[in-house]
Design a protein around this ligand. Structure first.
Ligand code: NOJ
Length: 743
């Protein structure tokens, strides 16, 4: 029987064998072509294991340093891909070693963490997610890829699509927040932006969906910690964005550091083979995260690196990042039969096919073109796109009416340690971005056309960290003679990102004391916070007259903020994650279950705290505008539908304020009675619409069967008939609903 399968498979292989030209898509089950097969026939086992090996260069460090001598590795065919090497000059130098000094002259693949910009920096991904603007997010991903591809790179370790309910986890800045639906749409947009249709113009990169899986759910928010979630939560909340990214065509996947259900991801066959390949049909290659094969020894599931390597390859890993386990250790397993040669061949084939799809066999230097590098990097259109994205990412959290600033003569005191900062604005994971190219808030305010109305003074007042309050008396004197204070406070860029978890998520140092002191002058204060994670903002909110969540906005930070502060752009961002009232509420997220004892403030024996409300300080989806929007009641054509029928939900949204503005109209559902408990709300749609002042727009959503699917008690995906509430409003707190029944 097995032989017959092999014969049939061979016939299929021959039938589908084709040689995708540079730029052509590899689709479906096409897994081989004659060129690659001929090449593989010439490869020694060491050379094959070399193709399955990814090493860092010594240019930059994004993890522990464990080995040196990567140039010799290239010469000897011991590694087929490198990361932390970029620029045309350096990639050309390394590629030359592969093409001129290695036996088989297989081109190298160059990867890098291009997360939210290569040189032109865009807002951090959490900030971009706050825009809810998929076209802008796709464009930002395209531009970062275009710049990176012009600088010799082929592959980015992005998008990170890990859903997280953990503001303590530093990497919250790198994802799209807490929601599965929003996160999935953003994952697709970023994959489309990074990879495009094909690599014909050498202006796109291979995407790498990470970190598979559930890296965003570390216990207690501590980076690299174990994950303990049920299969239901895993499948409902954490898995969909990875699947969405893969269905959008992502060519590579990175494993996560954590274990899932007791098995570290890099050795987890259930994740890497059963789900990824068999359920989802993924046919690209899987790379591990940094040294995560070796770390399986620490996890306690492998005795040594050899066993760890064997476990990884058998689970479905194709490429080993930095462990040197494939290249140096797993031969023992191949010799004693613990690893089948077909496994190795399949991995090598997947990797070589993507090198071919990139066009590297035709021209190994096609991404390393000096002229293109010079004209592409930081081109005006890239800076414009960065500014556009930055404006769209800002969330207005409070406004007493002070913003936008009146266009009349005023003395503005620009204060705070981040007011004239550039280096932090590029944010964590800033690839080859440089602070010196950033426009600070202070610069942005002064170089804006509206600046002529005002006079400016800048004093820091304090540092980001530390207890020094010696500048307070000077700044308070200045404040007294100013008309308005714009205060920029927040986090240093290293305070969020990898290995940057915190148990206290407040604005550090004496920055909040500075705000309080300035408040005592009675002058109006516009506070701009620059940060990588949700923070506890209770006091910041009450001490500010206006509050802007500005994340780390990238190269154009100051220009974007000036447009908002002066009113050229009406803020439209909405929070992609809940902001807690204190750390004890974490994890806090809008799509929680009702429980058997839902909150009743008058009943002691219901689910609540004695010392803090159940609600977040700012809910998911929240964000203000300079105008106001009034929602009508959502309507449907009838109240009962078959589960096969699309349901159209319409609502009138009226701009009732004095400014034109964009509103993110959000649709949530609730399944009232099901065979398993369901969240009180689940996002199922959103639209960002521009509505002119005084105008009403009808916004229409179409819900289909997929939107109502749940995993039943047997973990089968089904639609269960019954009543659903469909809510439509401006944030996840909305109670504006219509009821529909599915038959
Ligand atoms: C470790 C990080 O977890 C991962 O996201 C990154 O891509 C690699 N290091 C490479 O820098």
């Amino acid at each position: 029987m097995r032989d017959r399968i092999v014969i049939i498979m061979t016939m299929i292989t021959v039938l589908v064998a084709c040689s995708p030209k540079n730029g052509e898509k590899i689709t479906g089950k096409t897994k081989t072509d004659p060129f690659i097969e001929q090449l593989m026939a010439k490869m020694t086992l060491d050379e094959k294991l070399g193709q399955m090996t990814l090493y860092t260069t010594d240019w930059e460090s994004t993890g522990p340093t464990i080995r040196s001598g990567y140039q010799d590795d290239i010469r000897l065919g011991r590694c087929g891909a490198l990361f932390n090497s970029h620029t045309v000059e350096f990639t050309t130098l390394l590629q030359k070693i592969a093409m001129e000094e290695s036996r088989l002259k297989i081109p190298l693949l160059f990867g890098y963490d291009v997360i939210h910009g290569y040189k032109t920096m865009f807002p951090i991904p959490l900030g971009e997610a706050a825009s809810w603007d998929l076209a802008a997010i796709e464009n930002s991903a395209y531009i970062m890829s275009k710049e990176a591809a012009a600088s010799g790179l082929h592959w980015t370790f992005a998008p990170m699509v890990d859903i997280t309910r953990e503001p303590r986890w530093g990497r919250v800045m790198e994802g799209a927040g807490e929601d599965t639906y929003l996160g999935s749409r953003i994952a697709e947009a970023r994959v489309r932006g990074i990879q495009g249709e094909n690599f014909a113009k050498a202006d796109r990169l291979l995407a790498c969906v990470k970190h598979f899986a559930a890296y965003g759910a570390p216990i207690a928010g501590r980076d690299y910690n174990s994950v303990e979630i049920s299969e239901r939560v895993f499948r409902e909340t954490y898995l969909p964005p990875y699947e969405a990214a893969i269905k959008a065509g992502a060519k590579t996947v990175m494993t996560s550091f954590n274990d899932y259900n007791g098995v570290p991801a890099s050795g987890n066959k259930y994740l890497l083979t059963d789900i990824l390949r068999n359920e989802w049909g993924f046919n690209g290659y899987v790379v591990t995260d940094y040294t995560s094969i070796n770390e399986m020894v620490n996890h306690g599931v492998a005795k040594n690196q050899t066993d760890a390597g064997i476990m990884a390859v058998n689970a479905g890993v194709d490429m080993d990042m930095q462990s040197a386990a494939f290249q140096e250790k797993i031969k023992a397993g191949i010799n004693d039969g613990r690893v089948k040669m077909e496994k190795i061949d399949a991995s090598v084939r997947r990797i070589l096919m993507l090198k071919k799809e990139l066009g590297l066999f035709e021209n190994p230097y096609r991404f390393s073109d000096k002229k293109r590098e010079t004209t592409t990097i930081m081109a005006k259109e890239n800076l414009d796109a960065s500014k556009d994205m930055a404006k769209k990412s800002v969330v207005l959290l409070k406004n007493s009416g002070i913003l936008p600033l009146a266009k009349k003569p005023m003395k503005i005191l620009v204060a705070g340690p981040l007011a004239d900062d550039k280096n932090n604005l590029i944010g964590a994971w800033s690839a080859s971005g440089e602070g010196r190219h950033c426009v600070s808030l202070y610069e942005g305010l002064r170089q804006h056309p509206a600046a002529g109305n005002y006079s400016f003074e800048h004093i820091k007042g304090c540092e980001i960290e530390g207890n020094d309050q010696t500048q307070f008396s000077i700044i308070l004197e200045k404040a007294k003679t100013s008309d308005i204070i714009i205060l920029a406070i927040g986090e240093h860029k290293d305070m969020s990102g990898e290995a940057a978890s915190k148990s206290v998520i407040r604005i550090p140092g004496v920055q909040e004391d500075l705000l309080k002191a300035l408040k005592s002058t009675g002058k109006p204060i516009v506070t701009v916070i620059m940060n990588g994670r949700p923070l506890i903002l209770n006091d910041v909110h009450s001490n500010s007259d206006a509050l802007l969540e500005a994340w780390w906005l990238g190269t154009q930070s100051g220009n974007a903020l000036a447009d908002i502060i002066y009113g050229d752009y009406n803020p439209s961002g909405k929070l992609p994650i809940s902001y807690p009232r204190n750390e004890g509420q974490i994890p806090i997220y809008y799509n929680h279950k009702n429980t058997g004892r839902p909150l009743n403030p008058n009943d002691k024996y219901t689910t609540k705290y004695l010392d803090v409300p159940n609600t977040p300080f700012y809910p998911f989806g929240f964000g203000l505008s300079y105008t106001t929007f009034t929602y009508g009641v959502p309507t449907v054509a009838k109240s009962t539908f078959s589960s096969q029928e699309p349901i159209t939900v319409s609502i009138d949204v009226r701009n009732t304020g004095n400014f034109d503005g964009e509103e993110v109209v959000q649709l949530y559902i609730r399944d009232l009675v099901a065979s398993v408990t369901r969240p009180v709300k689940e996002l199922r749609g959103f639209q960002k619409v521009m509505i002119k002042k005084g105008e009403t727009k009808k916004v229409t959503f179409t819900l289909t069967k997929k939107d109502f699917e749940i995993y039943n008690q047997n973990m089968e995906k089904v639609v269960e008939p019954g009543e659903f509430h469909v809510f439509v409003g401006g944030n996840s707190d909305t109670q504006n609903k219509v009821s529909v029944t599915l038959q």
